[in-house]
Design a binder for this molecule. Structure first.
Ligand SMILES: [Zn+2]
Length: 148
């Protein structure tokens, strides 16, 4: 699973290579260089949401949430995945971009009646305000998000 990965980040100030746990970054920690204590620039990735964390990360989120409902066996989902990661980077600070594996998290998937994947759900204040089914171009997803 991506969230258990350790990634190597080069410090922009002293060029030291730092090993950073992705799970700590996902939980909101801002990693610093072990050598010179400068903040490390982290590429923002989509947050992995589960049945257990859905309420906290999505329903109680202070930011609007774009949730990608996907499964590993679904080809179109894999096509959409790079777009979701790019949106996570571009929307950082304005919209929380998250993904939910519907096979591993059937409770949340059935709660929202996910019949086909990929489905993109948009939440604001804990309520669904938008829903997109199927692979979407990034520009079209951003169009859906611009009024949030
Ligand atoms: Zn440094």
């Amino acid at each position: 699973m991506a969230s258990s990965e350790v990634i190597e980040v080069k410090c922009p100030s002293c060029k030291a290579i730092n090993r950073v746990s992705r799970i700590k970054v996902d939980s909101g920690l801002k990693p610093k260089c072990g050598k010179c204590k400068e903040l490390l620039p982290m590429a923002k990735e989509a947050l992995v949401v589960t049945d257990a964390t859905f309420e906290q990360e999505v329903e109680k989120s202070s930011l609007p949430v774009l949730l990608d409902c996907w499964a590993p066996w679904c080809g179109p989902c894999r096509m959409l995945a790079p777009t979701i990661e790019e949106l996570a980077e571009e929307m950082d600070g304005t919209i929380k971009v998250a993904k939910l594996n519907v096979d591993d998290n059937p409770k949340t998937a059935s709660k929202f009646g996910i019949m086909s994947i990929p489905t993109l759900l948009v939440f604001k204040g804990g309520e669904i305000v938008d829903r997109m089914v199927g692979v979407q171009p990034k520009a079209s997803i951003k169009e859906h998000l611009k009024d949030l």
